[in-house]
Design a binder for this molecule. Structure first.
Ligand SMILES: Cc1cc2nc3c(=O)[nH]c(=O)nc-3n(C[C@H](O)[C@H](O)[C@H](O)COP(=O)(O)O)c2cc1C
Length: 378
């Protein structure tokens, strides 16, 4: 098998992950919801924004280092929570977390993690955050969050953009329903991916049984008071993920949280959602610097990270990019994904004539807003 270090970009890693993984699992990761408009729109908006090149500036002493919630990051990147990581590779969450530690960034472990939170904490010495959905039983949430606190998790991300299960029809077509059960369609899919079958499913069956992958229970009645209740007992940074408008960003500030993630869930939820990047300048203006804004959804290149920072984000979350690395080559593949993003960001900084993350701002963009697509929707 080719070393992951020969992968030249995230797309190379994606193609390798696609070959390794059963189709149902690959599509669960890569695809969007309904007509996949949000997924494509995220990419379009990122590509449409242009970085201003600045020449004949001394850029010899560059650094991608930054700090977030008092935690040092080697670059303004955080691994986003992804429920399925443990299905891509054996104890995939631990492999992702170790890659993040090696790259000097934070990793968010999803509530739906296949790997126990304690195991992930033991395996990774770096910054770890826990992500939760608001469950119908607040005591269940509290027990999980307090356990993470005892284990030494350094941040809490509460995801609020999924009050009901999203509509991802391809999962049904692929026989990839929850809870996962074996049927003719997915049995064929598994049989034609023997490396994954032995290397991942086989190892789970040998050591701990069929991997846990259950639908998450969400509280459709949850409102901002649920965030305030969490605030009362969680002592670390509290980050709300899934903000999609300036109005909700203002409410997030009022709720006294420490950070927000502007996100459309990677185009996996509301298919008519706006792209977080096109909202960013307005959201940043409404928040007035009172809390750091993180952005995710569609980030696949260092230039994407640069653009988010230029429009006012303090850092960026990446979901699929490290997952493609993980699928392509476990921990080494995830680390390769992070290294590629760092190199690309660093190169972008040199072209834009900046040496530090703090220098990146609207002045490095040709326009602060995205140009209209000819005849298009923007
Ligand atoms: C396979 C997969 C599983 C995900 N599971 C969760 C989850 O359990 N909780 C959550 O808050 N977000 C989840 N997300 C969304 C990510 O945290 C993040 O918002 C999104 O992936 C960002 O877009 P990107 O993949 O284009 O980077 C998941 C995303 C993917 C791709």
């Amino acid at each position: 098998m080719k070393s992951v270090d020969t992968a030249q970009n995230i797309n190379d890693l994606r193609k390798r992950a696609k070959r390794y993984l059963p189709k149902g699992l690959y599509e669960f990761i890569a695809r969007g919801s309904e007509n996949e408009v949000a997924l494509q729109h995220n990419r379009y908006v990122l590509d449409a924004l242009k970085i201003k090149q600045q020449v004949l500036v001394d850029v010899s002493a560059r650094s991608t280092e930054t700090a977030l919630f008092g935690q040092r990051l080697a670059m303004p990147l955080v691994i986003a929570p992804t429920g399925a990581a443990g299905l891509l590779r054996y104890r995939g969450e631990a492999q992702l977390a170790r890659a993040a530690t090696a790259a000097g960034i934070a990793c968010t472990v999803a509530m739906a993690s296949n790997t126990d939170l304690g195991i992930v904490r033991q395996e990774a010495t770096g910054t770890l955050w826990l992500q939760v959905y608001l469950a119908p039983d607040p005591l269940a949430n509290r027990a999980l969050i307090e356990r993470a606190q005892r284990l030494g998790y350094n941040g809490l991300v509460v995801t609020v953009d999924t009050p009901v299960a999203p509509n991802r029809e391809y999962n049904w077509h692929n026989g990839f329903n929850l809870p996962v059960t074996l049927n003719r369609r997915n049995a064929f899919d598994l049989a034609t991916h023997p490396r994954w079958l032995l290397g991942v499913l086989g190892r789970y069956l040998l050591h701990e049984g069929f991997p846990r992958f259950e639908p998450i229970q969400r509280d459709e009645r949850a409102d901002w008071s649920a965030i305030q209740r969490v605030r009362e007992y969680w002592r670390g940074p509290l980050i709300v993920k899934g903000i999609g408008s300036a109005e909700d960003a203002r409410l997030a500030v009022q709720a006294g949280i420490d950070g927000l993630v502007l996100s459309n869930h990677g185009g996996r939820n509301l298919d008519s959602a706006a792209s977080p990047l096109e909202l960013l300048a307005t959201v940043a203006a409404s928040v007035e610097g009172r809390l750091p804004i993180l952005l995710d959804s569609g980030v696949m290149r260092g230039s994407d990270v640069f653009k988010a920072l230029a429009l006012g984000a303090s850092a960026v979350m990446v979901g699929r990019a490290p997952l493609y690395g993980l699928g392509a080559g476990g921990q080494a593949g995830a680390l390769r994904a992070l290294a590629l993003l760092r190199q690309e960001l660093d190169r972008c900084m040199a072209y834009a004539g900046v040496c530090n993350i703090a220098e990146i701002g609207a002045a490095q963009l040709h326009t602060a807003t995205v140009a209209a697509r000819p005849g298009g929707a923007l």
